[in-house]
Design a protein around this ligand. Sequence first.
Ligand SMILES: [Zn+2]
Length: 88
Amino acid sequence: MALPNEKRAVKNETATSLVDLRIAALTRAGGTCEWAGCDVTDGVEVHYILPVADGGSDAPHNLRVLCAEHDRQVRELRGRRARFRSAR
Ligand SMILES: [Zn+2]
């Protein structure tokens, strides 16, 4: 099933602004991991604090620049919360 052209255009616009948001987050962080006390600049990535799939937004406050180690720690915390939620 093909999407109407109008919807395709909106999709492209969203993708472009997501790239802009990532660049804005990296610029805000000065290319450094935003974990308190961490100053790693190598291999940092922009991550969602609350994933969009879980109702998170694309707002700058929902984005954090993290190094690989702190991304791993955040994922672990998130996994614990997810297990807690599903246990209720
Ligand atoms: Zn870090």
